[in-house]
Write a protein that binds this ligand. Structure first.
Ligand SMILES: NC(=O)c1ccc[n+]([C@@H]2O[C@H](COP(=O)([O-])OP(=O)(O)OC[C@H]3O[C@@H](n4cnc5c(N)ncnc54)[C@H](OP(=O)(O)O)[C@@H]3O)[C@@H](O)[C@H]2O)c1
Length: 393
């Protein structure tokens, strides 16, 4: 399902706290970092916080810079991003600043919380949306994307909300401002709570930026651990983008697809990557990547193969198609952007072959255009010739 890019944003102390236990909000960032946050808000379509943060901090969550608001308006966007909160209980105080400032607001709640939230917020112009008996984050993100057109969601806490989004593999990026102070209280709210995180304790996220901002340090990370089964995680999307980027680097061909592939272990370690015609004139991306691995590597059984085009099911130039190579390698999860068109092989169904032997195949059609990009000339030529021809190699 298409969903917004989810960016978790927080300021943390050196001991990983979001706040102390005192009645006043602990200020962790400085003026330069507040301005940076303002810029990220202005670039986002919506800002989300949990009801716990509304109660504890009474935030406004505005774009404070008039220039940034004007720039949003100039591009046809509302001056303020949509403000979003989640509450299971529906127990929301209508006097909070959140409701009386900024632009549009929406509350996602449960079937139990909807009556209370609706009654509390009556007359404030707030959209109250129940998403089932429990708060289903997939449903929240789907509604934000499909109904409200949100493409970038900035999540500003608190700990419970950040924890769930990271644990459920729904965070595309973490932006942490590390503040030079130690809270030291055992009961202070932590950025991430206990529980299972994708890829387990060995998963190392990818550091994409560090930058001093005043006296805090901004650190940006992207999660790397693949999802499980048929559910796509944020990291699945990043790896599939990498595969699409590899496809764009293939030696050009007028007789075969350009495809990129990456093999990633369950803990997010990249095991190998490959692209079409990497090793010889007819090699395929998945084949090139798998050939770099020891077939006895125990990580293959829980690895995911990302391929910009679904693995081939039939092949003239080699004894085994890529779907077979993947199965024989012991891999049982494949994420792809694009089902194979009839350009070279009629009704190729690599996904079907993989699924028939118990592999999970996740197709993310929102990346199809990117995967097909380096192959446009082939699709045009096939259209002109009026149908499938020889196998593409
Ligand atoms: N340093 C920073 O950058 C930063 C940023 C934000 C917040 N904070 C701090 O974080 C603390 C608040 O964090 P928090 O963890 O207590 O609260 P939170 O994550 O902001 O909100 C938790 C609340 O959201 C609702 N919720 C979230 N997930 C839910 C689910 N799956 N099902 C049903 N309801 C759900 C519940 O509301 P109901 O109770 O209504 O059911 C829950 O109590 C405060 O101390 C605040 O200062 C710090």
């Amino acid at each position: 399902m298409p969903r917004p890019y989810v960016l978790l944003s927080a300021a943390v102390s050196l001991d990983g706290c979001l706040d102390d236990t005192g009645p006043e909000r602990l200020v962790l960032s400085g003026p330069a970092d507040f301005d940076r946050v303002d810029e990220v808000r202005a670039a986002s379509d919506a800002i989300l916080v949990g009801a716990g943060t509304l109660r504890a901090d009474n935030p406004r969550l505005l774009v404070n810079s008039a220039e940034r608001r004007a720039a949003r308006a100039a591009t046809g966007r509302p001056e303020y991003p949509l403000k979003v909160t989640v509450s299971g209980s529906g127990d929301l105080d209508p006097a909070l600043n959140f409701w009386s400032t900024g632009g549009e607001k929406v509350v996602y709640t449960t079937d139990l919380g909807v009556a209370k939230a609706t009654a509390a917020l009556r007359g404030l112009g707030v959209d109250v949306v129940p998403v089932g008996p429990a708060l289903d984050w997939q449903a929240v993100l789907e509604d934000l994307h499909d109904v409200r057109g949100v493409r970038q969601l900035m999540v500003e806490g608190g700990g419970l909300v950040h924890t769930q989004l990271l644990q459920q593999g729904l965070a595309d990026e973490l932006q942490l401002a590390l503040a030079p102070l130690v809270v030291g209280e055992p009961d202070a709210p932590r950025l991430f709570g206990p529980g299972g995180y994708p890829g387990g304790v060995r998963n190392r996220m990818r550091l994409v930026e560090t930058r001093p901002v005043g006296d805090v340090v901004l650190m940006r990370y992207v999660p790397t651990a693949p999802g499980a089964g048929e559910l796509a995680s944020a990291a699945d999307r990043h790896w599939l983008e990498t595969a699409c980027d590899l496809a764009a680097q293939c030696p050009p061909s007028r007789t075969a697809f350009s495809v990129g592939a990456v093999v990633v272990a369950a803990d997010g370690t990249e095991l190998a990557r490959g692209y079409s015609r990497e090793s010889d004139a007819v090699s395929h991306a998945e084949e090139a990547a798998l050939a770099k691995l020891d077939p006895a590597d125990p990580r293959l059984a829980t690895a995911t193969v990302y391929s910009s085009l679904e693995p081939c099911a039939r092949r003239a130039s080699r004894p085994a198609p890529c779907a077979r190579l993947i199965l024989d390698a012991g891999v049982r999860r494949v994420v792809t952007a694009w089902r194979e068109p009839d350009t070279f092989v009629a009704s190729a169904d690599g996904s079907g072959l993989l699924a028939a032997e118990g592999a999970d195949v996740v197709v993310l059609p929102e990346y199809e255009e990117r995967a097909a990009g380096p192959n446009r000339h082939l699709l045009r030529a096939a259209g002109e010739q009026g149908g499938p021809g020889e196998q593409g190699e």
